[in-house]
Ligand binder design. Structure first.
Ligand code: PLP
Length: 229
């Protein structure tokens, strides 16, 4: 427990320092998304008691079990994992955010299956480093696909998400994140959108992400320790 608290304090300290160093306006907060995949509900509860409210999950079955058993109604659940199209219904019904919308078909299905509920907050996943094995829209693809995505009735298009190719070079990290930020600005102008969320930055690159405008950073291991299963 004290371990959890130390890790939590440490990450929040890093976020605050990076935020101050970036000179960003204090009105746009950075949300820490606690990535709880492969960690027990007990660990989620320990962080909840420290006032953490946003939790990210990647594996649907595991997530649904935890969500069902979780006693707190004010947790905000984010789905951040790869999405198979036959799983979109449960994702649309049980999460408030989906960060990993990586193709048009998934956006269509999530919207259709969200009807009768408040709009689903989504981030479009962008393959910023254009790695062949990684999912996500290329910049060209999203430029075209957005014309249809904005017509989908039950989605609230909040922003973009990326997992850049890992790099230890701060300048390279910043360059990738800046590209994502610029793409969001471009799409906002082109489609007259008000996207306000950049889901970017993890344990080893959150400083670079925050300095380039991240609004949601996703941290697992550095908060919870190594995954339990
Ligand atoms: C697992 C995961 C994270 C967190 O990774 P850690 O190495 O545990 O910090 C962040 N983002 C995504 C999309 C993930 O799948």
């Amino acid at each position: 427990m004290s371990n959890t608290r130390n890790r939590f304090d440490h990450i929040n300290q890093r976020i605050k320092q990076a935020f101050n160093a970036s000179g960003r306006s204090l009105t746009l907060p950075v949300t820490l998304l606690a990535v709880s995949k492969r960690h027990s509900l007990k660990k989620i509860q320990a962080l909840y008691e420290l006032k953490q409210r946003d939790f990210g999950e990647s594996y649907l079955q595991e997530a649904l079990e935890k969500i069902k058993k979780c006693p707190y109604s004010d947790i905000i659940w984010h789905f951040i994992g790869p999405i198979q199209s036959n799983k979109t219904k449960d994702i649309a019904h049980h999460f408030q955010w989906v960060h990993s919308v990586d193709r048009l078909k998934i956006a269509r299905r999530l919207s259709a299956q969200r009807s009768g509920m408040p709009p689903l907050n989504i981030c479009l996943q962008i393959n910023i480093s254009l790695e062949a094995q990684k999912s996500g829209f290329s910049s060209d693809e999203i430029n075209t696909a957005m014309a249809e995505i904005i017509q989908l009735p039950n989605l609230n298009i909040r922003g973009l998400m990326a997992i850049p190719k890992p790099s230890d070079d701060f300048t390279q990290q910043k360059a990738d994140f800046r590209q994502l930020h610029q793409l969001m600005q471009h799409l906002n102008e082109q489609y007259q959108l008000k996207m306000d969320s950049l889901s970017m930055g993890m344990s080893n690159d959150l400083e670079a992400a925050i300095s380039e405008g991240a609004t949601i950073i996703r941290v697992g291991t550095a908060l919870f320790g190594s995954r339990e299963y």
